[in-house]
Design a protein around this ligand. Structure first.
Ligand code: SF4
Length: 490
């Protein structure tokens, strides 16, 4: 007989709803709960709370709410709070009961403002440390790259601060005052200056216009990823128009602080192959596996049918260059800012040279630039062309693409909030989640604990064997006291 569903009627009382039994044993949040200790946040934020007044939502709950927001890529905090009573797994994760009071969505924005970036940075660093302890970080080789993040502001909000139209607008003064306020409050946490200060967004002044095919208001996130299990060991966010090459050494430094390990090799793409980066790596004893920007310059010179600088031989004894027409180029102007010196042949000789067409179109003759630390630079560049370096550069491409592709699942490429410090929070949370996923996937059975178990079993077996041998020898002594025979361990 077919059964018919009765008209549902709300029960007055419910008993025995145990959320712990309702959440499946292999639920991802169960693993997160087992692995991560959120109670550290009490100590981190205690200075932000007073001793009297209304009781706040417990800080670990706030941190878990923020994690849920990114983990499930929920569109807004309001939507998160509205969905919360319908999700038993989320309620269980937060330590709530089925009929617990749900906090107002504004607790999250208030907490972010109160706690600032440091708490989230500390959370990220703790996860990295946990990965290190689980043996998931090698630490000796890091891969570096950056990616653009779309700002949470429309292109229509961009104004030309020098344009007359905006100066004449009756609301312009109001807007300018607001931007000044914003800049003052933001500058404290922002250590990067935008390159383009003329065109700014009135809704998100920290974002910068980046033109990669289509002009867009953007931020940029920078990451250092360890090669062993692809754990993100260092990260940062900047306005979109910052040159990523300037972030390589700070990321290396952060990697060292977070993991306690000194990277021996840094692998990056050609955008990072600047003179400053090569020399900084040389000074710190770090191998730079980076495609050389000079190669690109040589390729261009070849396309134009001109000699490149490698075709000019340097003679250290006379401090001169020998050009393909065997003329000596002598040291001329010193550029203190660029730390380089120009070498040039006499103007008249160049003008009469039969190779002039292939060498220069400059009326004053050919000039070759030499850095003051050229020999160190050449040594670093030579190493960056090795087979090992080329292998690493190929690996980097897939590894970094993977890291950013996985982050797309958590909405890293679209800013949730406005202001650089909030983008940093978003990035720290995204990276923390990616590392937690790695910890769940690779670190649930840490090698250390397996090794400890094997050692314990071996120790127990040794003890059992020794006891058996002692017992056998005792019995032998009793049977043949003067035989001199005894058992011993093989
Ligand atoms: S143009 Fe001047 S620098 Fe170039 S090959 Fe001739 S002499 Fe040498």
């Amino acid at each position: 007989m077919m059964g018919f569903q009765e008209q549902p009627q709300n029960s007055l009382f419910r008993f025995g709803v145990n959320l712990d039994k309702r959440v499946r044993s292999n639920h991802p949040l169960r693993k997160v709960d087992q692995l991560i200790d959120f109670h550290f946040v009490y100590d981190e934020v205690k200075s932000f709370y007073g001793h009297n007044g209304n009781e706040s939502v417990p800080p670990p709950v706030i941190l878990k709410l923020m994690l849920l927001l990114i983990f499930y890529n929920v569109r807004s905090e309001r939507e998160l709070m509205e969905t919360l009573p319908e999700r038993m797994d989320w309620l269980w994760f937060l330590g709530y009961e089925i009929d617990s009071t749900i906090p107002n969505h504004s607790v999250l924005s208030k907490a972010r403002k109160k706690w600032d970036v440091d708490v989230f940075q500390s959370f990220f660093e703790r996860i990295v440390l946990q990965c290190v302890q689980a043996g998931l970080v090698d630490g000796s080789k890091i891969f570096v790259d950056s990616s653009l993040v779309d700002a949470n502001a429309s292109n229509n909000s961009v104004i030309d601060t020098k344009g007359l139209k905006h100066q004449l607008h009756r609301n312009y003064k109001k807007l300018e005052a607001r931007l000044e306020d914003n800049n003052e409050s933001v500058d404290v946490s922002r250590s990067y200056e935008k390159k383009n200060n003329r065109y700014i967004s009135s809704t998100d002044p920290d974002a910068a216009i980046v033109n990669r095919g289509k002009p867009k208001l953007s931020y940029q996130v920078h990451r250092a990823v360890d090669g062993r299990c692809e754990v993100i060991t260092a990260t940062d966010a900047t306005p979109g128009d910052i040159n990523e090459a300037h972030l390589m050494m700070p990321l290396l430094e952060k990697h060292h602080t977070t993991t306690g390990m000194q990277a021996e090799t840094v692998v990056a793409d050609s955008k990072y192959g600047t003179i400053d980066n090569f020399l900084a790596c040389h000074d710190q004893g770090v191998q730079a596996h980076i495609p050389d920007l000079l190669k690109v310059a040589h390729k261009r010179a070849a396309q134009r049918g001109k000699f490149n600088e490698e075709q000019f031989q340097y003679d250290a004894a006379t401090d001169t260059y020998l050009c393909p027409a065997e003329t000596r180029l002598k040291p001329k102007t010193l550029h203190a800012l660029r730390q380089s010196r120009d070498y040039a042949a006499p103007k008249k000789i160049c003008a009469a040279c039969h190779l002039r067409e292939q060498c220069t179109s400059n009326k004053s003759g050919r000039t070759v630039k030499r850095h003051l630390r050229q020999s160190e630079l050449d040594a670093m560049r030579e190493k960056s062309r090795s087979a090992k370096s080329e292998r690493d550069i190929k690996t980097r491409q897939h590894l970094m693409e993977r890291s950013f592709a996985r982050a797309t699942r958590y909405g890293f490429d679209q800013a949730r909030w406005r202001g650089l410090w909030k983008i940093k929070i978003q990035e720290y949370l995204t990276c923390a989640i990616q590392n937690i996923q790695t910890l769940i996937k690779c670190g649930s059975k840490p090698k250390k604990s397996v090794a400890v178990k094997i050692a314990t079993i071996r120790e127990a077996l040794t003890r059992v064997t020794s006891n058996v041998i002692t017992a056998l020898n005792g019995a032998l002594r009793r049977i043949t006291p003067y035989s001199g025979l005894f058992f011993q361990r093989a």
